[in-house]
Design a protein around this ligand. Structure first.
Ligand SMILES: Cc1ncc(C[n+]2csc(CCOP(=O)(O)OP(=O)(O)O)c2C)c(N)n1
Ligand SMILES: [Mg+2]
Length: 379
């Protein structure tokens, strides 16, 4: 890791009244580690094929890939329970895949097809999968953070007030370093602290917000966890190019949050290997810097660890790569075969009532016949 930007993990507790220490993370078995490796490889291959598809005009809109940051999504998901909600920004493919979305559904969403997770109406920035408790995919910088606080409020309210049980679910709300100075983020952190919400605010600090380096736009950018003190919140810094570090440090944080229902703030130190989006010439950083970080590729790092421990052979690693490439190739094919959404999909999934405010003649013309056939709320 470049010495200038990385420090030792610091799991300092900031709260005035010390929160109980949670048990250390259990050591993951070789099978689990091989699964994490495969998960990270799947995300990387998905992104490689997304970039290709974008260049071939199979996908429109914006595309922000996750190459380099895979250890965060995979390590965090491993540290949570499957029913713990997560919410993130627009660089969201990795989180959705780590959570269990099928690559085929994700790719169809990217291609704007009906088989996508949002029926092709959301695209790359709006991967959403309620069955896997993944609540997006959001394009407005920082806007998902109040939603994360809201999700934590909802799980706690449901369990404590409606069901009369203990609050036991933890929400992870991911953001980029560029979201740090959004007012809504501070408001959400304040509310989470005041209301004791079980939410972990996770900053994926990849050092840049588009082309702006963190030190150019964020005061005290080298010490962002200091901000947690203002909210009397625990905080931690995690070296996030290594999935083992992410899991080891996140597991006790998640369990402590589950136990105490107190929010926490985590900085993940990482690097995005590609540009901000597909139209980024990366003139704001040097090749040397990129090459230095690429030597800490989370996939190569875990593979090397497993080989070192005699838990993976070169052949098995190659076979895993082949398998993953075939899986993503099949996902691309299936997505291509999925048709685009029909015109009437435009007005579906917009309001909780099927027709929203549209009644009588205010129903859009192309839907009038269907509406008079069946009645406005009855489709
Ligand atoms: C409120 C708002 N302002 C500006 C933008 C334009 N914008 C899109 S991405 C981005 C940078 C965000 O960077 P960061 O949070 O570090 O995330 P990263 O891309 O590094 O994952 C900006 C300014 C936006 N989407 N929303
Ligand atoms: Mg960033």
């Amino acid at each position: 890791m470049p010495a200038d930007s990385m420090t030792k993990p610091d799991t300092t507790t900031n709260s005035a009244d010390a929160t109980p220490a949670a048990a250390a993370a259990p050591t993951p078995s070789p099978d689990v580690l091989r699964r994490w490796l495969r998960d990270m490889m799947l995300i990387r291959e998905f992104e490689v094929r997304c970039m290709q598809a974008y260049q071939n005009k199979l996908a429109g809109g914006f595309l922000h890939v996750y190459n380099g940051q895979e250890a965060i999504a995979v390590g965090c998901v491993a540290a949570m329970r499957p029913d713990d909600p997560i919410v993130t920004a627009y660089r969201d493919h990795g989180h959705a895949l780590a959570r269990g979305m099928s690559p085929e559904v994700g790719m169809a969403e990217l291609f704007g097809r009906i088989g996508g997770c949002a029926k092709g109406k959301g695209g790359s920035m709006h991967f959403f999968d309620v069955d896997h408790h993944m609540y997006g995919g959001h394009g407005i910088v920082g806007a998902q953070i109040p939603l994360g606080a809201g999700l934590a409020f909802a799980t706690k309210y449901r369990q404590e007030v409606m069901e009369g049980t203990r609050s036991s679910r933890v929400t992870m709300a991911f953001m980029g370093d560029g979201a740090l100075n959004q007012g809504a983020v501070h408001e959400a952190m304040n509310l989470a602290a005041v209301l004791d919400l079980p939410v972990i605010f996770i900053v994926e600090n990849n050092l840049y917000a588009m082309g702006t380096a963190i030190e150019r736009c964020t005061a005290a950018g080298a010490h962002i966890t200091e901000r947690a003190k203002a909210f009397d919140m625990d905080s931690a810094v995690i070296e996030a190019m290594d999935v083992l570090d992410v899991y080891r440090d996140m597991k006790p944080i998640v369990e402590r949050c589950r136990e105490t229902s107190r929010p926490c703030f985590v900085e993940m130190r990482c690097y995005r290997f590609k540009g901000h989006s597909m139209s980024d010439p990366r003139k704001y950083r040097t090749h040397e810097e990129e090459e230095r970080w690429e030597t800490h590729d989370p996939i190569e790092r875990l593979a090397a660890h497993l080989v070192d421990q005699d838990q993976l052979t070169g052949e098995a690693f190659k076979a895993m790569g082949k398998e993953v490439r075939a899986e993503i190739r099949a996902a691309v094919k299936a997505a291509e075969a999925s048709p685009p959404p029909g015109l009437d999909e435009l007005y579906h999934d917009v309001y909780t009532d099927t027709w929203g405010p549209y009644t009588g003649t205010s129903v859009p013309p192309f839907m009038r016949r269907r509406s008079s056939d069946r009645g406005p709320q009855d489709v």
